[in-house]
Design a protein around this ligand. Sequence first.
Ligand SMILES: C[C@@H](C(=O)O)C(=O)SCCNC(=O)CCNC(=O)[C@H](O)C(C)(C)COP(=O)(O)OP(=O)(O)OC[C@H]1O[C@@H](n2cnc3c(N)ncnc32)[C@H](O)[C@@H]1OP(=O)(O)O
Ligand SMILES: [Co+2]
Length: 136
Amino acid sequence: MIGIKKIDHIGIAVKDLARAIEFYEGLLGLKVTGTEVVEEQKVKVAFLPTGDSEVELLESTTPDGPIARFIEKNGEGIQHIAFRVENLEQALEELKAKGVRLIDEKPRRGAGGARIAFLHPKSTFGTLVELCERDN
Ligand SMILES: C[C@@H](C(=O)O)C(=O)SCCNC(=O)CCNC(=O)[C@H](O)C(C)(C)COP(=O)(O)OP(=O)(O)OC[C@H]1O[C@@H](n2cnc3c(N)ncnc32)[C@H](O)[C@@H]1OP(=O)(O)O
Ligand SMILES: [Co+2]
């Protein structure tokens, strides 16, 4: 077993981060604890904690990134779910050995200094799954 600790965050694709934040902060009462550009993923993100997990709002920084493509095809909405794991490299090795299709064979750098990797939705019953490992 790969040792999932909790839902780390839910990734929500939005067209306009500032306007989405107005809703999540102004109307839902959540608070943005950080915003960041993650160049490798072509996204600008904002994190809003909700108890032990977070909402991650994602706006594309380019017309061709994964978030832009997702919105083009599906419109705005939930794009991925992220599970926190103890040991990402080991989890990836284990899943690969069991035939799961990995998008990332090795950990990449995510927001907030996390190590992240994605599993292909064709291998996960239709949901894009992110695994992430954090030091804290
Ligand atoms: C900052 C960081 C962090 O948290 O720290 C992040 O989260 S970055 C978050 C953004 N970064 C990422 O998403 C990186 C990983 N994502 C990717 O590599 C890509 O988006 C893929 C998931 C491989 C999809 O690629 P692409 O759009 O080129 O493929 P496609 O449209 O042909 O899709 C192939 C099939 O997968 C399905 N599909 C595509 N995206 C999906 C999604 N988000 N959830 C569920 N299914 C999805 C399509 O409907 C299609 O199924 P049918 O064939 O049945 O039509
Ligand atoms: Co994410």
